[in-house]
Design a protein around this ligand. Structure first.
Ligand SMILES: [Zn+2]
Ligand SMILES: [Zn+2]
Length: 153
């Protein structure tokens, strides 16, 4: 996944500040660091990966603060979390347009894709079952190209 442009990250961080302010929640440096790292991320990060990135940026933040900040980012609509069945959640900035995910069972990597025709088809399938579709979410599990090349699957 391509990271957001620096100006976009700054704009979203501004929105996060406004969200905290509007709820009279403290705007602290650790919270802004966590938000900054996540919003600028080039991958769907677990809490552990986020913590490693903050550590190596010389900005360590306690896991409790990371969890709480991620909760606030989700509540504000700026971030999304996914349960890909890996035993922990992965987080990403809320995408501007909907996308789907491919998840590797071997290395756990996550790849995004979009598919217009598929997006048009899924509501029709819902309709066949008498549903009015509101949203859909698609996850494909398997072995990624890298792992297949390495003979892992
Ligand atoms: Zn893989
Ligand atoms: Zn994604």
């Amino acid at each position: 996944m391509a990271p957001l442009a620096t100006t976009e990250v700054a704009r979203l961080l501004g929105r996060f500040r406004e969200y905290l302010e509007s709820r009279r929640l403290p705007i602290t440096r650790p919270r802004l660091r966590v938000a900054g790292q996540l919003l600028a991320a080039d991958a769907h990060l677990s809490v552990e990966e986020l913590q490693q990135r903050l550590d190596s940026a010389g900005e360590p933040v306690s896991p409790a603060t990371i969890y709480r900040t991620l909760e606030l980012l989700e509540a504000s609509g700026l971030a999304q979390s996914h349960d890909f069945g890996q035993g922990y959640r992965r987080y990403e900035p809320s995408p501007a347009s909907e996308h789907h995910h491919l998840i590797c069972d071997r290395c756990g990597c996550v790849t995004e894709f979009t598919h217009e025709r598929l997006d048009r088809l899924l509501p029709l399938i819902a309709d066949e079952h008498g549903y009015q579709a509101r949203r859909h979410r698609l996850e494909i599990y398997g072995t990624c190209r890298g792992c297949r090349r390495a003979g892992l699957g």
